[in-house]
Ligand binder design. Sequence first.
Ligand SMILES: *[C@@H]1O[C@H](CO)[C@@H](O)[C@H](O)[C@H]1NC(C)=O
Ligand SMILES: *[C@@H]1O[C@H](CO)[C@@H](O)[C@H](O)[C@H]1NC(C)=O
Ligand SMILES: *[C@@H]1O[C@H](CO)[C@@H](O)[C@H](O)[C@H]1NC(C)=O
Ligand SMILES: *[C@@H]1O[C@H](CO)[C@@H](O)[C@H](O)[C@H]1NC(C)=O
Ligand SMILES: *[C@@H]1O[C@H](CO)[C@@H](O)[C@H](O)[C@H]1NC(C)=O
Ligand SMILES: *[C@@H]1O[C@H](CO)[C@@H](O)[C@H](O)[C@H]1NC(C)=O
Ligand SMILES: *[C@@H]1O[C@H](CO)[C@@H](O)[C@H](O)[C@H]1NC(C)=O
Ligand SMILES: *[C@@H]1O[C@H](CO)[C@@H](O)[C@H](O)[C@H]1NC(C)=O
Ligand SMILES: *[C@@H]1O[C@H](CO)[C@@H](O)[C@H](O)[C@H]1NC(C)=O
Ligand SMILES: *[C@@H]1O[C@H](CO)[C@@H](O)[C@H](O)[C@H]1NC(C)=O
Length: 853
Amino acid sequence: MDTKTSPTKFMIFLLFSYLHLKTHVSLATDAITADQSFSGDETIVSSGGVFELGFFKPGKLPNYYVGMWYYKRVVTVKTIVWVANRKQPVSDRFTSVLRIIDSNLVLVDETKSLVWSTNVTSTTTSGSATSIQAVLLDNGNLVLRVGSNSSLLPLWQSFDHPAHTWLAGSKIGFNNVTKQTQKLTSWKNSEDPAPGLYSLELDPNGSNSYILLWNSSRQYWTSGSWDEHNRIFSLIPEMRLNYIYNCSYVTNENESYFTYALNDPKKISQAVMHFSGQIQQLTWSETSKQWILFWSQPRKQCEVYGLCGAFSTCNATSLPSCSCLKGFEPKLLGDWNLNDHAGGCSRITGLQCGNATSLNGTQVTQDQFQEMTRMTLSENDQYAEVGSIMECESICLNHCSCTAYSYESGGCSIWNGDLLHLQQLEASDTNGRTMYIRLAASEFENPPKSSNKGSEGHTDDKWSLVIAIISATAGFLTIIFGYFLWKKTLGKRREHRRRTINSSNLGARDGNDDTELPLIGLKSILAATNNFSEANKLGEGGFGPVYKGIFPDNQEVAIKRLSTKSGQGHQEFVNELKLIAKLQHRNLVRLLGCCNEEEEMILIYEYMPNRSLDKFLFDPSEQTKLDWDRRFRIIEGIAQGVLYIHKYSRLKIIHRDLKASNILLDGAMNPRVSDFGMAKIFELNQIEANTNRVVGTYGYMSPEYARYGHFSEKLDVFSFGVLLLEIVTGKKNGAFYHFEHSLTLAGWAWKLWKENRGMEVIDASVRETCRPHEALRCIHVGFLCVQEAPADRPTMSAVIHMLQSNEATSLPHSKEPAFSIHDMNSNVAESSSQTSTSACSKNAFTISLPEAR
Ligand SMILES: *[C@@H]1O[C@H](CO)[C@@H](O)[C@H](O)[C@H]1NC(C)=O
Ligand SMILES: *[C@@H]1O[C@H](CO)[C@@H](O)[C@H](O)[C@H]1NC(C)=O
Ligand SMILES: *[C@@H]1O[C@H](CO)[C@@H](O)[C@H](O)[C@H]1NC(C)=O
Ligand SMILES: *[C@@H]1O[C@H](CO)[C@@H](O)[C@H](O)[C@H]1NC(C)=O
Ligand SMILES: *[C@@H]1O[C@H](CO)[C@@H](O)[C@H](O)[C@H]1NC(C)=O
Ligand SMILES: *[C@@H]1O[C@H](CO)[C@@H](O)[C@H](O)[C@H]1NC(C)=O
Ligand SMILES: *[C@@H]1O[C@H](CO)[C@@H](O)[C@H](O)[C@H]1NC(C)=O
Ligand SMILES: *[C@@H]1O[C@H](CO)[C@@H](O)[C@H](O)[C@H]1NC(C)=O
Ligand SMILES: *[C@@H]1O[C@H](CO)[C@@H](O)[C@H](O)[C@H]1NC(C)=O
Ligand SMILES: *[C@@H]1O[C@H](CO)[C@@H](O)[C@H](O)[C@H]1NC(C)=O
């Protein structure tokens, strides 16, 4: 008997010690109970392992906060979603303690003073105080309650006190009974969770919209009112594409709030009030292990009120967007360098203001004014009718507090104190006014000294040194790199290549005739574009402005200047471009050269005289230039171009941003796909990483890409389908909210198609003259391309085959396209009989769709 039991006992002993060990290592608990305290590196993890709570340190300073983040197995990038002691950090996490005292969860620091408390006053000591515990739930709610009965109302919950993140299931609104509001407040900057200037709240005036406020007072954006029928906000039409979450609005005599639920509870998605003043909806991509930006509002960074602080202007196309006015420098340099510009700028030289003589009796000149053209004027001006601009100026000069004036046809506006929310508009924009900013006279005396000081943040000795080292290193790398290139190509010297740009145009770096991708000197580019003059600007592409350039031998090129500040990744950048330059097809825009000097990344392409397809397609006066034959050829050409990058080129490329504005037209109106490979370069170089931009364009994005960030060739097929429908209908999918009863162009077309009114889908300007079977076949192929499931979409080679086939009957039947539900409510009813609760909302978008036969 004994011989039998002892191994069993031993096993049990082993098992227990293992369990014991395990609990000690990970503190695998989801609650803090009354007899526990919590400090240092201890954490609690919600029972399903979704969220974790503990001390964290957001920046370089030894400031610790108690915060909540996604458990590392769920989201691999540490993402803080809630902070308890936002305003008051502790400096030592080991001696600070989080524990339950007097029915409250409190944080006390090393000196035993109270730092933070849940502040519950009504001690409903129905249960004994010892049964109170704080439990971290899987939805990210930290709940203080009596005992473990989850159906009792909590004494306190973090969902009632959100920080900057709006998690699914929590509310944004206010409670009329407790007078509590739930709002999101941004962090001050990326390293300081203290409440910043920006907040998202429910409009307290009772309109059912949510609004963004600056400093709790100035509204700078509204979602527009909630449309209960379509379940969208009137000013966020892209929400219609939303199968990620389901937003709902609740209002009764006790409370009003918005909340949302994730349609797929396994997905991770959150709304964040970013410290840049934008509200962002982010979804975690399991495949790319990063947050994907679903939408952000306001769309333009410069629309965020007071973003740049006082005496600073916002420029949408530069990074960082804020720069101090002439004569000013950042007030809080540390914050400024963390992109927290709210502190604004302060004068380098104080104003004289009425002091005719200075202390030592010398005569000094009066303050003067710096002219700034094309400005959007600051608010809070005082207005007076005057006879002339001189009069306006002297009014300002005679008031010591006046900092600026502006004059227009008899009206004089003057501003006192801080100037906020300034923006200088682009040269083409005529809405701006000229503003005169008051500066000390000395600012005008030796302009080279101080005029640029404020504009690029600051340039003190330390920075000059860093910059010098960086440029020296870059120069050195360039030489090494150039040497290896030269060595590598020496062997195949005799191999002759037709040069598109002859060598007289090339800068000093391109001493090598055999490089496959010519590196063009910045000097030649500046000469060719007249120093990037406005007159040469062709437009603003997705990745930066595009200029027309003319090289000395009269060769016309298009020059794309990538918006980037980082000179990093030089080698990968050039390597990637070399691969792209090898892609040559009659339906692709050819890359002719590049330049990577002085922080510039510039691409040189063939020049396309007829600009892009959207300029023709969506402009009623130009539309007629595209007769049916031409449209059909354009469709085929695009398909060939995309097939080439997918299949026949040496490196497979998924375009990811196929759209009408990326289809250029050459002299003979042949389509040329542009911007292919940019997504790759974009990722490689983190161009404009700060803007968190998604590669891709709403309306052209396939569901799986928008939802999960998954992309394959079928993403391009989807975008191609949208583009094809746009070409046939002459209607822009981006403006889908104009299609009364449908969400998308495809949905609208499908509705007519099912009613056998396919001909009405075709653009009226070609309806009479087209070959109907061909146009209808195009529409049919379009439907097949925009199917919800990638597997249901054809490949590009199948698309080409179908377009060219003459057999009317040979096409597979199409199911209803993705994103095209026209009346959600009627469809929801059909699927509601299903038992699953979590999948119900998803059904509304997909499963209940009828199959057209
Ligand atoms: C708790 O209440 C006190 C007094 O009402 C207040 O001063 C303190 O700011 C509150 N603390 C928190 C964290 O709400
Ligand atoms: C939890 O509380 C509810 C409501 O007060 C009660 O009906 C239920 O019996 C309680 N459950 C347990 C396990 O105590
Ligand atoms: C609420 O309405 C009042 C009066 O219409 C207006 O002055 C105020 O700005 C509004 N507040 C907000 C936050 O919209
Ligand atoms: C925000 O408002 C408060 C008063 O409401 C004011 O004291 C403070 O200066 C404002 N902050 C800024 C940056 O203007
Ligand atoms: C809040 O309560 C007051 C009076 O109790 C009522 O007049 C008001 O309409 C309520 N507000 C909302 C949004 O229900
Ligand atoms: C509002 O609060 C009262 C008192 O707590 C409650 O009786 C009533 O049911 C609540 N109304 C709604 C719609 O929840
Ligand atoms: C904005 O910045 C861009 C890029 O730095 C620059 O080219 C442009 O001139 C600036 N616009 C204004 C109005 O200053
Ligand atoms: C004007 O001069 C007086 C001393 O003469 C000085 O105290 C004052 O600050 C000056 N005013 C300004 C605006 O510099
Ligand atoms: C006195 O005047 C001289 C030149 O006139 C000037 O350089 C100096 O800065 C002045 N000193 C003070 C204290 O203003
Ligand atoms: C969205 O949520 C609301 C309330 O949470 C629910 O009534 C509705 O059925 C949901 N809609 C869909 C499409 O899931």
